[in-house]
Write a protein that binds this ligand. Structure first.
Ligand code: FAD
Length: 334
């Protein structure tokens, strides 16, 4: 059996690994035009924290994706390979001066080991007029480490990787039993999906080894320590295709983060990065049969994770692999 995954970001890689796990006798191929440091996934801070507006087709399904994903990352965290894979536990604070709902997260409050309201005293940890706050312990996946680790694992299990840009699913016609589409924002053209919108994000990675706690605050301000520096963010520019760092965004990010955590002043910059989050409401995980010269091309879509693809990729990968199994079963009945 031949299975193909288009896309080598965190969604494509977790999906390809899941297919290898589920279909032991299948030959799995990844086809992508960009890898590792050229993907949106590489820009992510990688904190396990879905936004409260993140949504799959149903609330039940969304929650299942999130809990399956947490379990997946947590299993890696507990192995000897966790540092190589870039997965670790991380705790942090979220503060708001405007609304108590901002510091809550109905998706993960019952999944992560700690999610509690802060004590009055903790509201004074960072400068600012903070009225509301939560402290939580969650996971972090640094894609700069995870993607090479996952690629190695995929190849060691017999996977094949092809560098190519797919302009139409028809190009793959006749080569694979099922194609899984994990092209992120690339699906906008490939599927002519007008629901898919880029939400541009910019981050600054700095050297600040003393920062061991994550901080989130109003106006998209975040400070997230990782394996290779601390990520300072951010911004969300709806429908923006600008992939270049903007000096005004950099200045705003630095100012907001340094105000929140003054010890960051003067922390040397490792790099600045921009990513276009592939936002779609709802995230698309579904099967499509596309008419082709030799019958029907079977495609399972898995894209549109927006700002939460690192968090949720393993969950939607499990769902996508289940849809592949369903398609193959229905094949055998034809
Ligand atoms: C600043 C920023 C911070 C973020 N922080 C977090 C965070 O803390 N936590 C979190 O969970 N998420 C975070 N995200 C979101 C996360 O990065 C994305 O949700 C995730 O990377 C999407 O993964 P993906 O695999 O769908 O897309 P990508 O990583 O963009 O990968 C898409 C893949 O598809 C391939 N492709 C596309 N079109 C084609 C084609 N036509 N032919 C062949 N190949 C194709 C590309 O080459 C690439 O390999 C952040 C994003 C940004 C920008």
């Amino acid at each position: 059996m031949n299975l193909c995954v288009i896309g080598a970001g965190v969604v494509g890689l977790t999906t390809a690994l899941q297919l290898q796990r589920e279909f032991r006798n299948a030959a799995v191929t990844i086809v992508a035009d960009r890898f590792e440091q050229d993907t949106c996934s590489d820009v992510a801070a990688g904190l396990f924290r879905p936004g409260t507006s993140f949504s799959g087709p149903t609330e039940e399904m969304t929650r299942k994706w999130i809990s399956d994903a947490y379990q997946y990352w947590d299993e890696i965290r507990k192995t000897e390979e966790s540092s190589e894979a870039g997965v670790a536990q991380l705790s942090g604070y979220i503060f708001s001066s405007t609304d108590p709902s901002i510091v809550r997260n109905h998706y993960i409050e019952k999944i992560v080991p700690v999610y509690r309201p802060v004590a009055e005293k903790e509201l004074t940890l960072c400068p600012g007029e903070w009225k509301y706050g939560s402290f939580f312990t969650t996971l972090l996946t640094e894609c700069r480490l995870f993607q090479p680790w996952a690629t190695k694992k995929f190849l060691l299990s017999g996977g094949r990787i092809i560098t190519d840009k797919i302009s139409s699913f028809q190009e793959l016609n006749g080569q694979y039993d099922v194609v899984v589409n994990c092209t992120g924002l690339g699906a906008k053209k490939l599927c002519q999906d007008y629901k898919l919108v880029p939400i541009r994000g910019q981050v600054i990675k700095v050297k600040a080894s003393w920062v061991k706690t994550a901080f989130y605050a109003d106006y998209d301000t975040y400070i997230i320590p990782g394996f290779q520096g601390v990520t300072l963010g951010g911004c969300r520019n709806f429908d923006s295709y600008n992939v270049n760092p903007c000096k005004y965004d950099s200045a705003a990010i630095r100012e907001r983060c340094e105000t929140l955590l003054p010890s960051l002043k003067g922390a040397p910059v490792i790099r600045e990065a921009v990513g276009l989050r592939p936002h779609r409401d709802p995230v698309r995980v579904e099967t499509e049969f596309i008419a082709s010269a030799s019958g029907r091309l079977k495609v399972v879509h898995n894209y549109g994770h927006g700002g939460y693809g690192v968090t949720t990729a393993p969950g939607t990968a499990i769902h996508a692999a289940q849809l592949v199994a369903d398609v193959l079963k229905s094949n055998s009945k034809l």
